[in-house]
Design a protein around this ligand. Sequence first.
Ligand code: BEZ
Length: 190
Amino acid sequence: MAHDTQTLNKNRMPLHPEHPVWVFGYGSLIHKVDFPYLQRRPAYIEDWQRRFWQGSHDHRGTPEAPGRVLTLIPAQGQQCVGMAYQVKPEVFEHLDHREKNGYLRIETALHFVDGNQPESERGLVYIAGPDNAAYLGPASDLEIAQQIACSEGPSGPNDEYVLKLAEALRQLDTEDDHVFSIESLLVKPK
Ligand code: BEZ
């Protein structure tokens, strides 16, 4: 699959121009909210977990030296906690551009954790699967942390991406062994 998934996302999943849509953020969408939204509610999705397995050529690395950013991998029985936003459909022009490096939108159930009604809704989440050209796949936590520690791209240093994410997850009161392990192993090269 090509790196740039903007057209693919638009064609695979046309959105009704007047219907608001829920989108689930599990990475930078939790804390980098550079789009308007109608509602924001903490939520989880089931049977997925975060992994720094996606290469970043356009935000936190370069084509010659890609950084590592998050995707989700299937994980039966796991809950992935993040932030859900209800947005107008035109916001996907911006989000599809921002997350264009291999991410496809898929539909999923969102379960809200704020105790308000409704308790769940259908929504969309961006996932970069193993068939996209920027996919890097698994490596040890130490290898991932070392790659992140020395990568940098147009959006800034790759380690900043991890540190801000870890902080946002703490604010959501959620544990993520993978993210916190990588955070603990980050050491900047001298
Ligand atoms: C997110 O924060 O949900 C997200 C992460 C990577 C790509 C797209 C979205």
